[in-house]
Design a protein around this ligand. Structure first.
Ligand code: FES
Ligand code: FES
Length: 332
């Protein structure tokens, strides 16, 4: 089955391109998308709930981007398994053109289905596929058209963010350069991109986790200019000019930091999701020179949530790391 379409989006080509490569935006645009996780460069794993006539199934599959030509377009391939409902495959070509203020996005989709879905009839299936494509681009247009005044007002006070007049006027890309784990990096990013998104999506430093995206869980904690910060609460542009250390840069390659050794030794983790943030928060305490006591550890990790171990072993691990690095104090 084949279908194609065209959308005019109220944003510049640079902003549309950034959106088309942003998994957070993509997830919000796919109808029924329950999960959208990055698995490597230009590859994602998705879970999407789809209803076709009487068949309602959860499709789990892969999405891969090919032939990426910045600002011009890409080829997107997807394949999904829906259990007894069958399976589906699709390939979409997306191309961008602009007239200075609006962007025209053309897409051509080729899709095939098998199993129960194939028995339902291609007319019903292609109707659903067309509806999903319409939903995707309507939502995409809506997201890209949102005013960026909030982001801009935060950026105006951000030291080091490089803005051009054109970028301010046109919701364009923002030039961000910073040092991450000792390496200078520079990227043109959407002004709304969070520091954690820059680290995970652009730099592939996926040790920094996202648990809540609302500054509550601490899974995204990194060191910025010497202080522990929640990287989901800072725009990438606000960190421009700064020095960031993530869990990957805490110890030289091939070795472990005293905190990493102690967390391992004390069994201070179960699933490990909270661990990078927990360690970066504890590292902030050790580096501060403050006495390491139960009370100061509680204070250091009060913004970090662990949903599976409880905190006893985590606190013991921080004490052990402190002893190993001569920060030990009598316990309170
Ligand atoms: S993801 Fe940043 S605090 Fe939860
Ligand atoms: S070890 Fe699983 S959330 Fe902390």
């Amino acid at each position: 089955m084949q279908f194609k379409g065209s959308q005019t989006i109220d944003a510049t080509r640079a902003a549309v391109w950034a959106g088309l490569n942003n998994p957070v935006v993509l997830q919000q645009c796919i109808a029924g998308c329950e999960q959208f996780e990055e698995t490597g460069d230009g590859r994602w794993q998705a879970v999407v709930l789809v209803s076709v006539g009487p068949v309602k199934a959860r499709f789990k599959g892969r999405v891969t981007l090919h032939e990426r030509q910045p600002l011009l377009g890409y080829r997107l391939c997807g394949e999904g398994e829906g259990g007894i409902a069958g399976f589906g495959q699709m390939e979409a070509r997306v191309t961008l053109q602009d007239d200075g203020t609006h962007t025209r996005l053309d897409y051509a989709v080729e899709a095939s289905v098998g199993g129960k879905l194939a028995q339902i009839g291609s007319r019903l299936v292609s109707g659903v596929a067309q509806k999903m494509a319409d939903h995707f681009f309507a939502r995409f247009n809506q997201l890209l058209s949102q005013p960026v005044s909030v982001a801009l007002s935060r950026l105006d006070s951000a030291a080091g963010a490089v803005w051009t007049e054109e970028a301010k006027g046109n919701d364009s890309l923002c030039d961000v350069s910073l040092t991450v784990n000792g390496q200078v990096v520079q990227r043109y990013v959407d002004p709304r991109m969070l520091l954690v998104e820059l680290l995970r999506q652009e730099l592939r430093l996926t040790g920094t986790h996202v648990g809540c995206d609302t500054s509550q869980c601490g899974a995204c904690t990194v060191r910025l200019d010497g202080a522990a910060v929640k990287s989901c609460s800072i725009l990438a542009a606000q960190a421009s000019g700064g020095e960031v250390v993530t869990i990957e840069g805490l110890a030289p390659a091939g070795s472990l930091h005293a905190l990493q050794k102690a967390f391992n030794h004390c069994h201070a983790l179960q699933c490990g999701f909270c661990t990078p943030g927990m360690i970066m928060a504890a590292d902030d305490l050790l580096r501060s020179g403050r006495p390491v006591t139960d009370a100061s550890i509680h204070q250091a990790i009060e913004g970090n949530l662990c949903r599976c171990t409880g905190y006893v072993n985590i606190i013991e691990a921080v004490h052990q790391a402190a002893r190993a690095t001569d920060h030990a104090e009598a316990r309170s």
